[in-house]
Structures are given as structure tokens and as C-alpha cells.
Design a protein around this ligand. Structure first.
Ligand code: ADP
Ligand code: MG
Length: 403
């Protein structure tokens, strides 16, 4: 089991300059007055305990992040300046913004700053060296700090200067929220309590092939739901009507089923289905068996009999990893399987018999919709990084923090 360097490993903090890599690439929109506001501040809030802790220990805190994809150029709309106030609101301290992220201007600002303020650097991706992980750029970032802390798990699947390069240059550690995420993920897939069950749903098999292949080797039960299930059903000769289905992946789907058998992984596909002729809320629908989907019908959810069987199976599991909804959860009533299974998992977690970890953009929305977000053991907001972790890949920004 991998061990990661944490804040305690850094040594004395008093008077030290600590550079935190945060993920302040948060969703924003313009309000009625044309003012830009943050629509989901989860990622800002996740970094505040680390900032507050460091300040209380007398460190001088510097925060850096990327925002959007400026591709190595200065793009004014992608300036981090717009995050200064939201960050100040979250930490309840003054935030000073500087329009670069490295060099003398940063040093001079730090020298002149009051202790009780945080320095927010400009978008690291305004420099080409960020995404190319240029050693000189990483060094320039490191020059203004004594220590480096990574709080951006969601960016750590990329070997960039601010997530990977810099960590080789000065003492580095995982921040509190990064540490929490790593522990949760380790408990779920690295060294899990068994039986271990995974739910993989969502739209397409093609986007999650590597996830399926890796999980088949590691989990005891694999529930395949959502549009992905259609591809597996079709590969077994079942007529899926006009459902979302990747018929060209039939061979791949069959290979995954065969591999599962050799790995002692039980794959759970739906045994009944909810079908409709239109993809819209409250569309006329019916519950059918596997051999009753009409040519003009779409499978939009897993059926109730399947959900009962799955929840019974889950009762006996100790760990659950979930990515991808079981059906078209955005349109009622095709959210039912997702909501029922999510609530069952939430209940078992609250009762203390299940460790539940989930991630993925739509998955997080689906679990919020089911009202179980605060019942799960851990919900990752890291989209791409979470999926790469589920694929069994090594995340360079995490690897570099290993003890
Ligand atoms: P995540 O973002 O959590 O990784 P995905 O993007 O893979 O999840 O999948 C979410 C999408 O899958 C949702 O938009 C949902 O409507 C869609 N989906 C799930 N089941 C079906 C289905 N049976 N038919 C069509 N779309 C589906
Ligand atoms: Mg998605």
C-alpha cells in the first residue's frame, strides 16, 4: 500500500513560503448584472482547510492553479484574478492577486506582503512550460517557495510543471483534501474489504473500455448498467431495438465477459428493462423482459426486478466503487434504478457495513439527485483523474508524492 508525504512530513512551517497547487478551474457564469460568479465552489472549499492550517502555523501561503485552456498564451478571460474574491470569501482572509506565476515580481510581492494574506498567482497555463512540464518553468515556480503542496487530485493525472515537475525540486506533500482522496481511493481499490462491487454505467462502452478491463481483474462483482449494458446485451444476441448501443464493440464486450469468468468476477447485466419510444421526461414507457424490446423502443433504464436483485447482492458487499448512472437519470422516470441503487448504497454506508466511493461528472449529479451525496464514504469531483484511477493507471502528480 503506497504511503504519501503529508503536511507533517514537511517540517517546521513558521516563516516558510508554501506553494499550493489548487484546482480553481471552477464552473462560472454571468449573473443578471453581468458579474461573473462561481456556480459550484466545491473545489475552492476543498482547499481551504489546508490554507487555514498553514496560515495558523505561521507559513506564507501562495496558491496557484490553471483555469480553462489558454494553451500557453495570455487569455484575459481566463485570468485567475476572477477567483481572488471567491477564494477570499472561502478562507475569510485577504487574497492578493499577482498577474504572473513566477519571477521577480512574485518574489517582490511576497517580500512586501502582510502575514495575514494569501497570494494568488496568475493562471499557470499562460506559460507554455506548464503543460510541457518544462524543467526551467518548474524551477521558476519552485524558486518562490520553500515547500510545495498538491491539493489538486483532479489535475494529477497530468504530468505538468505545477503538478509533477515542481514536486521533484522542493520538499513536497499531499494537502489535506488530496490525502483524504488518496486514502478513500486506496481503501476502495488498492486494498479493499471484500466482497468488492463496482457499478459501471453511463452512455458508452467505448469511453470506459479500460475501466471495464481493469475492474474485471480486481472486483468480485461488476454491475454494468446504463447505455453500456445495451452493448453487452446486443453482443449476446438480444435485440435492443433503437437503444443507444455500440454494435461494433460486440467482440470486445464478449471478450470482457470471457475474461471475467477466468478472473472470478461476476458480471451483473440487467434481466429486465424499462423501454420507451422517446427520449424525454415522462415518455410513455413499459417494463419488459430481455426478449421483448420492440424495434422502435429504446432501453432507458434497468428494470425493477434487476434492481431488487442488485440491492440484495449489495447487502453482502463491503466495498462499492461507482461510476456512471444506471439509466437516463436526467429524465424521470428513467432515474429510478439509479436512485434506488444509490439510496441502498447510502443506507448501507450509513449503517457502517459498506465503504462507498463514487466519481464522474454525471455520477456526482446523479447521486446529488438521489439525495445520497452526504451518505457515501467519498465522492470524487475529479472527472478525468478519477477515471484514470479506475483504469488502474498511475497518476504522475500522485506518484511523485509517494514516500
Ligand atoms: P460520468 O460522467 O459519471 O462518467 P457518463 O458520462 O459516462 O457518466 O454517462 C452519463 C450519461 O449516460 C447520462 O447523460 C445518461 O443520460 C446516459 N445514459 C445512461 N443510461 C442510458 C441509456 N440507457 N440510454 C441512453 N443514455 C443513457
Ligand atoms: Mg459524463
Amino acid at each position: 500500500m503506497a504511503q504519501y508525504k503529508n503536511i507533517d512530513d514537511l517540517g517546521a512551517l513558521l516563516g516558510k513560503r508554501v506553494l499550493i497547487r489548487a484546482d480553481l478551474n471552477v464552473p462560472m457564469k454571468k449573473d443578471q448584472d453581468g458579474k461573473t460568479i462561481v456556480t459550484d465552489d466545491t473545489r475552492i472549499r476543498s482547499v481551504t482547510p489546508t490554507i487555514i492550517y498553514l496560515m495558523e502555523k505561521g507559513a506564507q501561503v501562495i496558491v496557484m492553479s490553471h483555469f480553462d485552456r489558454p494553451k500557453g498564451k495570455i487569455v484575459p478571460e481566463m485570468s485567475l484574478e476572477q477567483l481572488a474574491q471567491p477564494l477570499a470569501d472561502a478562507i475569510k482572509k485577504a487574497v492578493i492577486f499577482i498577474n504572473d506565476c513566477a519571477g521577480d515580481a512574485v518574489t517582490e510581492t511576497l517580500d512586501a506582503m502582510e502575514d495575514d494574506a494569501v497570494l494568488l498567482l496568475e493562471n499557470v497555463r499562460f506559460h507554455k512550460g506548464e503543460e510541457s512540464n518544462d524543467p526551467d518553468f518548474a524551477q521558476a515556480l519552485a524558486d518562490n517557495a520553500d515547500y510545495y503542496i498538491n491539493e489538486a487530485f483532479s489535475c494529477s493525472h497530468r504530468a505538468h510543471a505545477s503538478t509533477e515537475g515542481i514536486a521533484h525540486l522542493i520538499p513536497s506533500a499531499a494537502g489535506f483534501s488530496m490525502e483524504k482522496e488518496l486514502v478513500a481511493l486506496e481503501n476502495a481499490l488498492g486494498n479493499p474489504k471484500r466482497p468488492l462491487c463496482a457499478v459501471v454505467g453511463g452512455a458508452k462502452v467505448s469511453s470506459k473500455l479500460d475501466v471495464l478491463t481493469n475492474l474485471v481483474e480486481k472486483v468480485d462483482h461488476l454491475i454494468i448498467g446504463g447505455g453500456m449494458a445495451n452493448t453487452f446485451l446486443a453482443a449476446q444476441g438480444i435485440n435492443v431495438g433503437s437503444s443507444l448501443c455500440e454494435h461494433d464493440l460486440a467482440d470486445t464486450a464478449r471478450a470482457i465477459l470471457t475474461k471475467a469468468k477466468t478472473q472470478n468476477c461476476t458480471i451483473h447485466l440487467p434481466t429486465d428493462l424499462v423501454v420507451a419510444k422517446e427520449f424525454k421526461a415522462q415518455a410513455d414507457n413499459r417494463v419488459v423482459g430481455l426478449n421483448d424490446v420492440a424495434r422502435d423502443e429504446m432501453i432507458l433504464d434497468v428494470g425493477p426486478e434487476t434492481v431488487v436483485k442488485l440491492t440484495e447482492m449489495l447487502d453482502d458487499c463491503k466495498t462499492l466503487i461507482w461510476n456512471g448512472p444506471m439509466g437516463a437519470f436526467e429524465i424521470a422516470p428513467f432515474d429510478r434504478a439509479t436512485v434506488t441503487l444509490a439510496q441502498a448504497a447510502g443506507k448501507l454506508t450509513k449503517a457502517g457495513t459498506l465503504i462507498s466511493v463514487a466519481g464522474g461528472g454525471d455520477t456526482v449529479a446523479a447521486l446529488n439527485h438521489a439525495g445520497v451525496s452526504d451518505q457515501f464514504t467519498h465522492i470524487s469531483t475529479a472527472g478525468g483523474a478519477f477515471l484514470e484511477w479506475m483504469e488502474g493507471k498511475e497518476l504522475p502528480g500522485v506518484k511523485v508524492l509517494e514516500k
